[in-house]
Design a binder for this molecule. Structure first.
Ligand SMILES: Nc1ncnc2c1ncn2[C@@H]1O[C@H](COP(=O)(O)OP(=O)(O)OP(=O)(O)O)[C@@H](O)[C@H]1O
Ligand SMILES: [Mg+2]
Length: 217
């Protein structure tokens, strides 16, 4: 089988990590091998960049342009060191955030010229593109309430933005999905973990069977 590159996208607390863990458990139960990774991160260099982006005091006052380039640097390494070789070896790659996060967070919410963002994204990824993107859509108020509950008051740099920022993120994602309905499947994040998991499993199985289903959302 040719490799398959599946990315999970959506705002803070929408359930990406929860659903990746669930899909991982399904793959393990069915003996399906896969590679699980995340952005920013996924490589030693990428994880160091992740810390700069999220927690390091050196990230205070980071300009939107520097932020964009740090995400791109993490991704450039990630694609070459891990993702592209895994896909070439026929693996299924599950990635927690990828390209679309940058398009939306930096290009829409931070309002950097989208054409510049696209050019930098393109430079970072080369020809490695997701085959399937699962976008978990959720009103940001609900997602942020979940994050606050989860992290016990410890928020990362991005999580401290104003609600308008996250509303722009949500609208940016939905616009992307409308523009690329074949790749991006929009899922309702405001349903139980179990029903979302079942929906994702159906989509992933049909993708693995090579039958691409149109997005009806
Ligand atoms: N469908 C759901 N219904 C209710 N709670 C959920 C649901 N999915 C996840 N949660 C809970 O919400 C919190 C955030 O979920 P999770 O960490 O999976 O989100 P995330 O999208 O990975 O967030 P982040 O963007 O911060 O990485 C967790 O405590 C999780 O248990
Ligand atoms: Mg997560």
């Amino acid at each position: 089988m040719a490799g398959l590159f599946i990315t999970f996208e959506g705002g803070e607390g929408c359930g990406k990590s929860t659903q990746i863990a669930a899909l991982k458990a399904r793959f393990e139960a069915s003996g399906q091998s896969f590679v699980q990774t995340r952005e920013p991160g996924g490589t030693p260099l990428g994880e160091a960049v992740r810390n700069l982006l999220q927690h390091d005091a050196a990230g205070e006052g980071m300009s939107p342009e520097a932020e964009l380039l740090l995400f791109a640097a993490s991704r450039a390494q990630h694609v070459r060191e891990l993702i592209a070789p895994a896909i070439a070896a026929g693996q299924i790659v599950l990635c927690d955030r990828f390209l679309d996060s940058t398009t939306v967070y930096q290009g829409v919410a931070r309002a950097i010229d989208p054409q510049q963002v696209q050019a930098i994204n393109q430079f970072a990824i080369g020809s490695t593109r997701p085959d399937l993107t699962l976008l978990i859509d959720l009103p940001p108020e609900i997602g942020l309430a979940r994050v606050h509950k989860r992290s016990d008051g410890q928020l990362d740099r991005m999580e401290q933005e104003a609600i308008e920022f996250f509303q722009a993120v949500r609208q940016g994602y939905l616009a992307l999905a409308a523009a690329e309905p074949e790749r991006i499947r929009v899922l309702d994040g405001n349903q139980s973990i179990e029903s979302l998991e079942a929906e994702i499993w159906d989509i992933v199985q049909s993708k693995m069977n090579g039958s691409i289903t149109a997005n009806t959302n």
